[in-house]
Design a protein around this ligand. Structure first.
Ligand code: TPP
Ligand code: MG
Length: 689
């Protein structure tokens, strides 16, 4: 290594190296300035991302949401400075939430100077929606690669539906960069297994094999991915950009299976004292070491945030020119396509804007009153099938529980390698990857759902949380929402799940009380463009309420509504319930009315939606002066205090459930009409529970 101080850029540096070292030094400087961040991986992977972006990817910085762009996912999100450097150096432009191009840069040099500071477009980790050019939010390791599988499925599906002879409207690739951490996380195994099965040859993962941040990852990654059915390639030197370019070309030529490129790298490359050590992973190099590193790169040691002449131009000539040409050609193709295939072009326009087709609500069922009723999952299945008929790009599936979840779409085909137009996705028993894949589908603008038993939402939660953070309209259909499958016992009975999902900001959680409420929940959910939603549905039949006698189910749109009231006068007591407990509340209500007690029933399928109503509306449903309130829900009591106040009571779960027939459980845990009546009377000062 050279030890002489460097005051000016070495004149003989070739332009590739200049660009690569610009990415490296911007990363180093930003992290120094922020006094926090992860410099080592950007230093190691700068040649990779430089080559990928400037020599391989079809991406137009002038329009980072061009539908046929290649996708880039930085699954090792801690290396975010790679992405901020790229977005800055390629002069990627910003787009707003109305999909308008703003003309201003997505990431300015000033943003990079304020890396990790409030309001900077260079936050700690890649954040979808906050920074244009970020394809998905990453940071929790493994999420990015799993989401990339959803993107790859979406591309296959889009290509199959919309491409026609001579009209390759969709033919893009998905590149995901990941580290040891991503591959250690179980979600990557789930996702890779499915990607291998589906033969997703539009998908390329690049594994940063640096052997450093862990001491327990000794498996043979190449053998593992070979076993999944992937094409496994290797690059022995992360600085060999010609080799990187060549290997990416091999990926592009590989058919019928996804590719993983194992890239041997040195974390903190160029740092004389920290290269190859864990110290380069997660803390600034320090001023002295930063100088030594710059010296090694032939970079002026005093320079900070330096972008040497020629660097912007070189990116403009590379990815900029290639992307602009590709987008121009695509736009020309679309002009002809629009003439020849007007309807298909119209569909693409709509789905890209997250709009629904005209008539999407056509034939949604209205269920007649029926004391025996219908299971929530059954009603959901009926609705899903209508929606799938009306919305061509509505698709989804279950984690191996399709017939139980009632999510099978009749006549819609199964998505498989040899049937990429199928709309029934079979995720296998891979709930975590399923949720990330649903996000990948949503990021690709398809309307997608994933399903499993409510209890196993635990296995999906980290990816669901990210969908909320990204403001994606993902749909999670969770059946067996309480103790309905009693005999399965406490391992299968959700208790804290509603509370826990209600606590995720931006996630709309809904638990409908009868078949018509299920329909109304979907009506609400389908209109969401920027919020994910959970449907918690019963396994067992619930009475379909007589809507001539009780209020219409359209009240669901308010989150909570008055279902039943006393014949006259202000209510003495309010019974609040969701899901399977709604009909229980109604039964108790009828008994109370018969006993001369003025009771009201509030159906509350969604706290989240109710919270967003005006105070006036909320007070009309739950009048502040009616303090005798009983909440009934077969779930943790946690949080219900907010609606029942100081003097109310909750009939809920304080413990895990038990294995027994449902009736026995309802008795044991007190979900019976007489118990509700007793509690209500006790609140009103009579009877004792
Ligand atoms: C799910 C999850 N667990 C832990 C972390 C904290 N974390 C961030 S980076 C990192 C080390 C990852 O190692 P590797 O992927 O090899 O990254 P490298 O240091 O090689 O860039 C850890 C544990 C995280 N971001 N996500
Ligand atoms: Mg590593």
């Amino acid at each position: 290594m050279s030890t002489a101080p460097v005051a000016e850029l070495r004149a003989d540096t070739d332009v590739d190296q200049l660009c690569i070292n610009t990415i490296r030094t911007l990363s180093i400087d930003a992290i120094e300035q922020a006094k926090s961040g992860h410099p080592g991986t950007p230093m190691a992977l700068a040649p990779l991302v430089y080559t990928l972006w400037n020599r391989a990817m079809q991406f137009d910085p002038q329009d980072p949401i061009w539908p046929n762009r290649d996708r880039f996912v930085l699954s090792n999100g801690h290396a975010s400075m790679l992405l901020w450097s790229l977005l800055h150096l390629t002069r990627t432009t910003a787009v707003n939430s109305d999909y308008e191009r703003l003309g201003q840069p997505a990431v300015t040099l000033d943003d990079i100077r304020h890396f990790r500071q409030l309001d900077s477009r260079a936050p700690g980790h890649p954040e979808y929606g906050w920074v244009s050019g970020v394809e998905t939010t990453t940071g929790p390791l493994g999420q990015g690669v799993a989401t990339s599988v959803g993107m790859a499925i979406a591309e296959k599906w889009l290509a199959h539906r919309y491409n026609r002879a001579g009209f390759e409207i969709f033919n893009y690739n998905i590149y995901a960069v990941c580290g040891d951490g991503c591959l250690m996380e179980g979600i990557s195994s789930e996702a890779a297994s499915l990607a291998g099965h589906l033969g997703l040859d539009n998908l390329c993962w690049i594994f940063d094999n640096n052997h450093i941040t862990n001491i327990t990852f000794t498996e043979d990654v190449a053998a593992r991915f070979l076993a999944y059915g992937w094409n496994v390639l290797r690059i022995g030197d992360a600085n060999d950009i010609d080799r990187i370019e060549h290997t990416l070309q091999v990926f592009c030529r590989t058919k019928d299976r996804p590719t993983i490129i194992v890239l041997d790298s040195h974390i903190g490359y160029g740092s004389p004292n920290k290269q190859g050590t864990a110290a380069a992973h997660g803390e600034p190099l320090g001023d002295a070491e930063a100088r030594l590193t710059k010296r090694y790169y032939g970079w002026p040691e005093d320079a900070k945030f330096l972008v040497p002449p020629g660097v912007y131009d070189h990116f403009a000539d590379g990815v900029g020119a290639r992307g602009a040409k590709a987008r121009r050609e695509w736009a020309n193709l679309c002009v002809q396509y629009r003439i020849k295939y007007r309807d298909l072009a119209g569909e693409i326009d709509r789905l890209e804007r997250r709009d629904l087709p005209a008539g999407w609500e056509r034939n949604l069922p209205v269920f007649p009153a029926d004391p025996k009723g219908m299971a929530g999952r059954e009603a959901s299945g009926r609705v899903l099938n209508v929606l799938a008929e009306n919305i061509p790009w509505f698709l989804g599936g279950s984690a191996d529980l399709g017939p139980s979840n009632k999510t099978v779409l009749a006549n819609a085909g199964d998505f498989q390698a040899n049937n990429p137009g199928g709309r029934n996705l079979h995720f296998g028993i891979r709930e975590h990857a399923m949720a990330a894949i649903v996000s990948g589908l949503c990021l690709s603008k398809l309307r997608a759902f994933g399903a499993t038993f409510f209890i196993f939402s635990d296995y999906a939660r980290p990816a669901m949380r990210l969908s909320a953070l990204m403001e994606l309209p993902a749909i999670y259909i969770f059946t067996h929402d309480a103790m309905g499958d009693g005999e399965d016992g406490p391992t299968h009975q959700p208790v804290e799940h509603l509370a826990s999902l209600r606590a995720i900001p931006g996630l709309v959680t809904m638990r409908p009380g009868d078949a018509n409420e299920v329909v109304e929940c979907y009506r609400h959910i389908m209109r969401l463009q920027h919020e994910p939603a959970v449907l918690a549905l019963s396994r067992q039949a619930l009475p379909t309420l007589d809507r001539n006698k009780y209020a219409p189910a359209s009240g669901v749109a308010h989150g909570a509504y008055v279902l039943a009231d006393p014949p006259e006068g202000r209510p003495d007591v309010i019974l609040i319930a969701s899901g399977s407990e709604l009909s229980l509340a109604v039964q108790a209500h009828e008994k109370l009315i018969a006993d001369g007690i003025r009771s009201r029933v509030v159906s509350m399928p969604s706290w989240d939606i109710f919270e967003n109503q005006t105070r006036k509306y909320r007070n009309s449903v739950l009048p502040p002066d009616v303090v005798a309130r009983v909440a009934i829900e077969q779930a943790s009591t946690f949080g219900w205090e907010r609606y029942i106040g100081e003097s109310g009571r909750i009939i809920g779960m304080e413990t895990f459930g038990a294995s027994a027939p449902l009736k026995a459980l309802q008795k044991k845990f007190g979900f019976e009409p007489d118990r509700v009546v007793l509690v209500a009377k006790e609140l009103l000062g009579g009877g004792s529970a």
